[in-house]
Design a protein around this ligand. Sequence first.
Ligand code: ATP
Length: 288
Amino acid sequence: MKVSVKAPAKINLALDVLGKRPDGYHEVHMVMTTIDLADRIELMDLGEDRITLVTDYRFVPDDNRNFAYQAARLLKEKFHITRGVQITIDKCIPVAAGLAGGSSDAAATLRGLNKLWNLQLSTQELAELGSEIGSDVAFCVYGGTAIASGRGEKVEPISSPPPCWVVLAKPNIGVSTAEVYGKVQMETIQHANVREMVQAIEKQDYEGICEHLSNSLEAITMELHPEVEQIKEQMRRFGADGVLMSGSGPTVFALTKYESRMQRIYNGLRGFCDQVYAVRLLSESPLE
Ligand code: ATP
């Protein structure tokens, strides 16, 4: 038996950091949405009781450090599963990019194994399990568009923004999420307009969404990697309606309604960055 699952990337339309918690995590308030840039996960029954992982991408671990492996191990332990599984990850989402690639692989593995092993867990139950693996996994279990709070694990689905193009550009550097959060200074941080973003989405106000794109971590990553600001400038120059860094970066995304402008931004950035993608927002929620 074999199950194939899509693991889409996310972007942050708004990301605010509210404070540091006693457990060392930061309290966040964010709006996230899935995009049509996805890894593909294949889950296949193994004849023996173990987890194996195969990936085509050499910068991703193929052992118990992989979040998809951890998802399978968690389900096996919690539900005393004695069947083995081979996880194959066809990696398309750039790694250490602020697009939650690893978290989405874990979430897709939870959803897929729920089917393969007939566990009949609800989306909420899967999301709760996912948050034991990483802060963004719960959101990735739901997909669509949501407000996330706590350390990211409290997820409240909301309606999706109106359809548009998303052009993503990742400079040739990986960013450590821990390093960026480590540099947060609550006294000087610029707070993001999460409430305005949610209102703009509810009103399906595309211009309002572009206007309220904001990310409290952007200035920190930009100081470490000035390429982020340069990419934002290029995207604006090529006609983007709104531009923002996603998560802790370094990927920057541009929004536009028009295919011709998407092409212009895409072609313009290709001369500047190795990894450039043009995709649509994924509006349907929750994910199958
Ligand atoms: P986030 O936006 O949630 O902070 P990210 O996009 O910045 O995540 P990931 O692509 O998830 O970062 O990768 C972060 C690290 O996680 C990588 O350096 C990698 O070693 C590890 N990792 C574990 N499992 C995976 C996976 N399935 N895919 C990618 N990276 C993984």
